[in-house]
Design a protein around this ligand. Sequence first.
Ligand code: BES
Ligand code: MN
Ligand code: ZN
Length: 494
Amino acid sequence: MINNIECAVVEHQQAAYENVESLVLLLCKECVAGVDKINLPTSLQTAVKAFIAKYPDFYEVEMVHSLGVMYQDKLLQLTVVGCGEGKECTPANFRKAAGAAVRVLQKQKATTAIVAVPLLLNPTRAHYLQAIAEGLYLGSYTFNECKGASKPATLCKLQITSAVENGRAVLAQAEAIAQGVTLTRNLVNRPGNWVNPVVMAEEARKVAESHGLEFEVLDEKDMAAKGMNAILAVGQGSKNPPRMITLKYNGAGDAPYTAFVGKGITFDSGGISIKPGENMGEMKDDMAGAGAVLGAVQAIAQMKMPCNILAVLSCAENMPGGNAQRPGDVVKAANGKTIEVVNTDAEGRMVLADAVWYACEQGATRVIDIATLTGAVIIALGNETSGIITNTDALADAIKDAGKKAGESFWQLPSLPECKEAIKSDVADLLNSAGRAGGCITGGLFIGEFIKEGVEWAHLDIGGTSTATKTSGFKVKGGTGFGAMTLIRYAGTL
Ligand code: BES
Ligand code: MN
Ligand code: ZN
């Protein structure tokens, strides 16, 4: 059970539709022919056909049409959700449609429902079944933790009609993934006074203990001993001390480790270079990268995927205060490079500098960092697409591809060596901020300066995608969990 939804698979046979409260059909335009083949009782089949004939646009992605029909002397809720036409009929669009469908069921307060999917008559469509289940589990997400008296939620048991081979195993995968993404969303949605770096470490410890992962937390003293002065500088303005958290998942013997490194700023006030007051509260989501890494590694461990993952969560709170770092300060990062802090609000790249170094130090041969790094990525790519900066084009391609399968969009930005000029400092090795021009690129390139020679690296800027302002598809307003599903899919390619 996730987000009050339970999913099971059932064969396309008449018995499946007996005593059903609510019937949802996921239909693309071409699926209409399949309505005759899913063994609906004749009266329902007639009702469905009349219904879709009445709404010629029924197949548009996420389009919802509902109607009450009498069936077996009871009122049955019939809902058709569009999944596209032609080459739109991708798992990604079925995932979105499933998200829209489950919210209709929630509104109906349904306790049982059949999700009828003619497309799943084909036993080879496991990736569609998985996407649909992910959409059902994630579209029903709600965040009520901050409400005083929460009303008891109704559990809804769903049966998905499917002939897909190993359907139950496919559902188990979707469940593990949705659980991971739900963990990410919860961490992102919790306010800054609930989630500080020490709390992040406790959350990570829970994941490590329940899945038998190697676990380590570095406190301020440990970090000082390793020379991690960049993360320490960011954290020193806050009463809540920083933490560098590592989880190690070993699913592939002595194969090399791929590191997932997340920015975990549990609140970003900007520090002394303080942000404007308006919407500052949104910066409680500035740990979304670390949240995505934790959600991903939980799912990967739960599915026992055959890969080796080193997860590093680089956590600090960026606050002004008597001990806060000042603009103009120079700090020496763990790899020996010095950073001139021109803007204390460019803190993400500083905590990641020491974190990606630490991942390399622990032997990772490939590093993917993920961060709500810049507002500039929103100007460049909007709120649906995350930016990639990399030293290995093939890695960016693999991430884009994993993202497509996960229903998350990525786009690689160029990282010309010329752009590195902008982050050179007169007084130190590097500037932590190069101003407005190409902000997403220079932010990424800064992090790349802390990657060991020969290590493949990609930086994912989720500044525009970590939260959503409206509910749609499998996303619910608030924390999206963006990146977790892509990292999981990517791990599947290792
Ligand atoms: N966490 C912010 C980036 C951000 C801002 C993400 C708004 C999503 C929405 C980051 O720490 C930051 O403040 N970045 C600065 C960098 C600048 C000072 C070089 C920015 O983007 O303005
Ligand atoms: Mn900032
Ligand atoms: Zn930040």
